[in-house]
Design a binder for this molecule. Structure first.
Ligand code: CA
Length: 222
C-alpha cells in the first residue's frame, strides 16, 4: 500500500511518515499544497493524509482539485482543534475521515487502516485467504496458525494482494503501489518477491495469471 502525506510542519511530516513506514507502507511526502496537488493527481495512492492549512494551495483546494480530476483515493484530513468549519469544508470537498491536531499517532494509524480496508471492501482488520491470515493492525501473518516472518517488501506485496483478493493485479500496479517515489523501481523484482513469498507461506494462495499478473485466492479444497 502506498500513501501520500501532505503536511507543511516538517517535524510532524517526518513523524507521520516514519510511523507509516514502520507500519509497512510505502510513503511519499509533500510539504506544500502545490506539490501535494501534483503528486495526488499523477501518482496512484491507496490513501492520502492531508493537512488543511498548507502554503501555496490550501488543503481544501487541493482536495477539490483531486476530486475534480476524478481521483477517488480515500483522504484523511488533519485539522486544528478549533477549526470546525475547516472540517466541514473538508468533508464537502470529498474527505473520508479526519483527525484533530494534536493527535496520537496510533489513532492516525488505526484510521488509515480502516480507510484502506473499507476502500478495498473489507470490514475487519484481519484479512483471510484460505489458511493465510494477515493482521493489518500488527502487520503479522500466520499460516495455519503458525507465524511467518516476512520482510517489509514481502509483507507489502502480500497485503496488497490480500486487500484485493479475487482480482488480478498487474505487475505495473504492484510496482506503483508497493514502492515510494524515490525507490529504484524494477518490475522484475516483483517476480522475485512473489517467489520468496510463496516459499515462505508454503501454501498456494498466489496464482500467476500469465501475461496479466497475480491473483490471491484461497486454494480449492480437495
Ligand atoms: Ca499546516
Amino acid at each position: 500500500m502506498r500513501l501520500l502525506v501532505v503536511e507543511d510542519d516538517k517535524d510532524l511530516n517526518r513523524q507521520i511518515v516514519t510511523a507509516l513506514e514502520n507500519a509497512g507502507y510505502a510513503v511519499d511526502k509533500a510539504f506544500d499544497g502545490e506539490e501535494g496537488l501534483y503528486l495526488g493527481e499523477t501518482e496512484p495512492y491507496d490513501a492520502v493524509i492531508l493537512d488543511l492549512g498548507l502554503p501555496k494551495v490550501d488543503g481544501v483546494a487541493v482536495l477539490q482539485g483531486w476530486r475534480r480530476a476524478g481521483k477517488v483515493m480515500p483522504v484523511l484530513i488533519l485539522t486544528a482543534r478549533d477549526r470546525w468549519s475547516d472540517k466541514v469544508g473538508g468533508f464537502d470537498a470529498g474527505a473520508d475521515d479526519y483527525v484533530v491536531k494534536p493527535f496520537h499517532i496510533e489513532e492516525l494509524l488505526a484510521r488509515v487502516r480502516a480507510l484502506l480496508r473499507r476502500a478495498a471492501g473489507h470490514a475487519t482488520s484481519e484479512l483471510v485467504c484460505g489458511p493465510v491470515r494477515l493482521d493489518t493492525r500488527a502487520s503479522r501473518v500466520v499460516v495455519d496458525g503458525n507465524p511467518v516472518k516476512l520482510t517489509s517488501h514481502e509483507y507489502r506485496l502480500l497485503s496488497y494482494l490480500m486487500h484485493h483478493q479475487g482480482r488480478v493485479v498487474s505487475r505495473t500496479e504492484l510496482v506503483e503501489h508497493l514502492y515510494d517515489q524515490d525507490f529504484d523501481r524494477d518490475s522484475n523484482t516483483i517476480e522475485v518477491f512473489v517467489g520468496r513469498l510463496r516459499k515462505k507461506l508454503g501454501v498456494e494462495i498466489i496464482e500467476t495469471v500469465r501475461g496479466l499478473g497475480y491473483i490471491a485466492a484461497a486454494p480449492e479444497k480437495v
